[in-house]
Structure formats: structure tokens, C-alpha cells
Design a protein around this ligand. Structure first.
Ligand code: BV8
Ligand code: ZN
Length: 249
């Protein structure tokens, strides 16, 4: 039974008794940190939709344009701070680990490439779509951390001379198999899954919520707007992450 009103008691009780907790986050959890979401206002960059720029084809066509977009986003993310939503999830992880020891698990699965969960202190984070602070060489395949803001050279090049590309997963590319397998494992065994700040339109990430539900997990969706997952949710909490998540503590 979906509870539209804001009764956190039931959800709080489940979160504080479950041993196996999974969380799936999207761009919405970083919105209060000033990081633009993909589909919300400000998600568009120079009128390009993210799907236009976050593809291997766009990079092949115009690597400089794609890197200007990522340089813009890196600049915003560098200025951003984790918000109360990120911090609450890190605290919930600590509480769960303290309460359950190694008999429990708290897995944070994110579609975000901004690294704000780690900066908030979250430990077990599975980054399904990569990391905006990593670069990968299109020639020799070398992967390295590059936190230069702004990037001195656009597009940046590897020591071998080949083009570097952002260490993220683009549309049409497969997700990192290790993270994906662990995300399926955690979702398939969760007693409760929190789905926070995602429009649940991008696959296969969005499929993890259905996977958890089908495996018997309680499902809570936290989003100021409706999502395609609401009908399958036990709780559809209409609110923003930075206000709702701290109330779970
Ligand atoms: C693949 C990294 C195959 C780059 C990203 C099945 C059905 C249909 C389509 C497909 C399918 N399977 C595959 C596809 C194609 C495609 C896809 O899903 N397309 C969509 C658009 C229909 N999927 C892929 O291409 C995936 N790869 O399938 O490969 C394959 C298999 C084997 C071998 C080869 C290939 C790869 C997908 C990953 C793409 N990379 N990001 C970068 O960041 O630059 S996706 C990117 O967009 C994000 O990572 C995220 O996943 C997605 C954006 O979604 P959200 O995060 O949810 O953000 P959005 O703006 O949409 O929504 C924000 C929400 O927050 C809103 O609901 C809003 O109300 C809410 N909100 C706002 N403020 C707050 C808030 N909530 C709480 N608090 C607030 N304050
Ligand atoms: Zn190289």
C-alpha cells in the first residue's frame, strides 16, 4: 500500500531493524549541493541534452565539445559540498554497521559521477556510471585521477599522445561488471531499498529497484516528483533528500 503522506515512522522502523539495506541514488540527491540534475531545470548545457553529449558518438564527432561539458560540470562539482542528504546516508551506514557488525550490509549504489557520497563519508559506494575525476586513454587504456579545474588542455591528451576521455559510462556502453554484479547481489538480498533522487528512466540501473522488490525487499522512493517506481513502492515520500533522509536517523 503506497503511503503518499509523509509518515516516516514505518519506514524509520524498517530501516533501523533491517540488516540488509540497499540504497540507489541519482542526480536528485546532489541537487541541493548545486549540481544540476539531468532532466531538471539547469540540466541542459548550451541546449545540448545530456544524451547528446554523454555518448561515444558525440565524443568521436567533437571531443572538444564533450570535454567542455565535462570541464563545466567538474567546475561545479569542485565547488559543491555534500548536503544533509549525503551526510544522512553516511550516518545511516555507520549506524547499520555498528548495529549489525558483519552480520549486516549497507550498500550505496549510485548513478552519480560526482563523488559527493564518498566526500560525505560513505564507505561502501558502488559507482555504476563511473567517476568524473577519472580519465581514461583512448589509445593505451591508462586510467588516472585528474582533478585539474579548469583543464589546462581541451581535449586533454595522455602521455602516449592519444586523446583522454572522461572515466564515466556513456549511453550505449556497458556498466563496470564488478560494480554491476555487486549491485545486483545487494539489491537481490536487500530487506529494504531506498531509491533517492532518480527519475528511474536510465537502465539497467533503474532495474535494480524492480529486482529488489521482486526479491521481497520493502521499497521506499524519496523524490519531490512522481517516478515510474511509485506504484511498486511501499513508501513514496514526496520530499527532497536533504529534508527527508535526516528524519530517518
Ligand atoms: C547500456 C554517466 C548496453 C555519464 C550516465 C532498456 C530500456 C530502455 C533503454 C535502455 C534499456 N537498456 C539500455 C538502454 C539504453 C540506455 C538508457 O537507459 N536510455 C534511457 C535514456 C532510456 N542505457 C544505456 O545506454 C546504458 N548502457 O545499456 O549498455 C550495453 C550492454 C552490453 C554491451 C554494450 C552496451 C548506460 C547508461 C549510463 C549512461 N551514463 N551517466 C555522465 O554522467 O556524464 S546516465 C546519467 O543519466 C546519470 O548517471 C543517471 O543515470 C541518468 C540521469 O538520471 P537521474 O540520475 O535519475 O537524474 P534525472 O535528472 O533524470 O532525475 C533527477 C530526479 O531527482 C528527478 O526525478 C527529480 O524529481 C529528483 N529530484 C530533484 N531534486 C531532488 C530530487 N530528489 C530528491 N531530492 C532533491 N532535492
Ligand atoms: Zn595513452
Amino acid at each position: 500500500m503506497t503511503q503518499a503522506f509523509f509518515d516516516m515512522t514505518g519506514l524509520r522502523q524498517v530501516v533501523h531493524t533491517a540488516n540488509l539495506i540497499a540504497v540507489l541514488t541519482g542526480a536528485g540527491i546532489s541537487a541541493e549541493s548545486g549540481v544540476p540534475t539531468f532532466r531538471g531545470t539547469g540540466g541542459l548545457w548550451r541546449n545540448y541534452s545530456p544524451e547528446d553529449l554523454a555518448t561515444p558518438e558525440a565524443f568521436a564527432r567533437n571531443p572538444r565539445l564533450v570535454w567542455e561539458w565535462y570541464d563545466w560540470r567538474r567546475g561545479i562539482i569542485r565547488q559543491a559540498q555534500p548536503n544533509p542528504g549525503h551526510l544522512a546516508l553516511a550516518a545511516l551506514e555507520r549506524l547499520t554497521v555498528e548495529r549489525c557488525g558483519n552480520g549486516g550490509s549497507f550498500t550505496l549504489i549510485t548513478q552519480n559521477v560526482d563523488g559527493l557520497h564518498e566526500r560525505a563519508g560513505s564507505q561502501s559506494v558502488l559507482k555504476l556510471h563511473g567517476d568524473i575525476w577519472l580519465v581514461r586513454c583512448t589509445g593505451c587504456g591508462a586510467v588516472e585521477r585528474n582533478e585539474e579545474v579548469p583543464l589546462r588542455e581541451l581535449p586533454p591528451r595522455c602521455g602516449c599522445g592519444a586523446l583522454l576521455r572522461p572515466g564515466v559510462v556513456w549511453f550505449g556502453e556497458s556498466l563496470p561488471s564488478g560494480e554491476w554484479e555487486q549491485a545486483c547481489e545487494a539489491s537481490g538480498h536487500a530487506q529494504v531499498m531506498l531509491v533517492v533522487g532518480t527519475s528511474a528512466l536510465v537502465y539497467p540501473a533503474a532495474g535494480l529497484a524492480q529486482l529488489a522488490r521482486a526479491a521481497g525487499a520493502k521499497l521506499a522512493v524519496i523524490n519531490p516528483d512522481e517516478t515510474p517506481l511509485d506504484s511498486a513502492a511501499d513508501w513514496a515520500v514526496r520530499g527532497i533528500a536533504g529534508e527527508v533522509l535526516p528524519q530517518l536517523l
